[in-house]
Design a binder for this molecule. Structure first.
Ligand code: KIV
Length: 258
């Protein structure tokens, strides 16, 4: 296991993990000072490209965005989402993981699923590919409306089975998406690798959110999304000032001219 991964695992029960998404260098550069993990999530499909499903995101899009993010990341662990249909079997998963790591110099891949992908995670880990798991709501395979998980006994048992399977297969952490707090707590206490929650309560070892959401760049109205700033307002006011100065001839002054 490499040192960066070990450091992430070692934070369990000591220090909460801070994880955010980035899709470009400029954002990555700012958040890297504060994050443990930066995820190039396939959420970029809906956030940047207005897709109604992450299934439309392909490997090349992920690679190009991750190359950009890589330029801005110095200290955080850089994780890339393997998009839909790029890890249907062991060899496809390994070939694509090797390709993304080689081309983007990212540190790890994230794949969705629990018991269903156990054999794939073990195979990747055996070939030295660090894997972050993802259970609960798994947007690549969700049917119909997104619904939080872990309410019924059957769902609770499945989530625990999935989390154990991922730990056993060598994943270094697990994203828990939209899971009831009691079951997040149970999973977090049961396994020795960190859980990173998104809509999964404070009971996880860390939290992840989509950066564009916390900045107020998106119009997300999701229960777990906290908007920490309305950056649209800030951008709007800067652009408005520029517009006024262009119209009035105030910009560019001598200082900004050759
Ligand atoms: O695609 C993504 O950004 C994610 C996180 C929100 C966990 O999977």
């Amino acid at each position: 296991m490499n040192n960066k991964i070990k450091k992430i695992i070692d934070k369990k029960n000591k220090s909460k993990l801070v994880c955010l998404t980035a899709y470009s260098k400029n954002i990555a550069e700012i958040i890297d000072k504060h994050t443990d993990i930066i995820l190039v999530g396939d959420s970029l499909g809906s956030v940047l490209y207005n897709y109604n499903t992450t299934r439309k995101v392909d490997l090349n899009m992920m690679i190009e965005h991750t190359k950009s993010v890589r330029m801005g990341v110095k200290k955080s662990l850089l994780v890339i989402d393997l998009p839909f249909n790029t890890y249907r079997n062991k060899s496809e998963a390994l070939n694509n993981s090797k390709k993304v790591i080689q081309e983007t110099k990212c540190d790890a891949v994230k794949i969705e699923g629990g018991t269903r992908v156990k054999h794939i995670v073990s195979y990747l880990v055996k070939h030295n590919i660090p894997v972050l798991g993802h259970i609960g709501i798994t947007p690549q395979t969700v049917k119909g409306k997104f619904k939080s998980k872990g309410k019924t006994e059957t769902e609770k048992k499945k989530l625990i089975r999935d989390a154990k399977a991922l730990e056993e297969s060598g994943a270094f952490g697990i994203v828990l998406e939209c899971i009831y707090g009691d079951i997040s707590k149970k999973i977090t206490n049961l396994i020795n690798i960190p859980t990173i929650g998104i809509g999964a309560s404070v009971n996880c070892d860390g939290q992840v959110l989509v950066t564009d959401d916390i900045l107020g760049l998106t119009n997300a109205k999701i229960k777990f999304v906290k908007k920490y700033i309305n950056i649209k307002k800030v951008i709007n006011s800067a652009v408005l000032k520029f517009k006024k100065e262009v119209k009035s001839g105030k910009y560019p002054t001598k200082k900004y001219s050759y």
